[in-house]
Design a protein around this ligand. Sequence first.
Ligand code: AMP
Length: 193
Amino acid sequence: MKKVVVFCGSSSGFNSVYKEAAIDLGKTFVKNNITMVYGGGKIGLMGVLANTILAKKGNVIGVIPKLLEHEEVVNREVTELIITKKMSERKVIMSKLIDGYITLPGGFGTLDELFEALTLGQLHIEQKPIGILNVNGFFDYMLKQLEVMVQEGFLKPQNRELVLVDTTVEGLIKQMQNYKAPEKMHVIDKVVR
Ligand code: AMP
């Protein structure tokens, strides 16, 4: 993997373990020469992650919609800053740039981005690995919800497998590097985004 997008909170969370995980991930990106693509902010875990990579001379591409480009929020120190007209355009640009997704703890914005990536995977529009770093059991309830969705017949078991989960950065990167996208189960003629 050469470029990976990270979705994570524009807040840092109350427990310092979340910041530590973002720092760990940032250092691993630099060590493995992976460019980080992200939302372009300088606040919360997003800021911690970007600053960790930039301080170690790694590469960071920020993709931020015009409406969020407020001076207080946008990180102008990034290697490359792409400003999009709309939130939806940002997601398309991000997904075209990268070969994998990682989600760290976050709020609505983070989960919105994660589930959009999963939906693209489920429709076979994309075949990229989608990893979740389950720091401090943060995603346990969400993962339980996925099991309920399978049990109740709303999520196909093979689509549940699109979510790669690990509690360590190293383990997650390994899973993503070894990822093989599932075979197409049914044909969707043509889905236009
Ligand atoms: P949230 O999880 O609700 O804190 O939202 C964080 C996610 O939404 C990030 O992955 C970003 O891509 C996007 N986002 C939310 N707020 C901002 C912001 N102020 N600047 C840049 N991106 C943001």
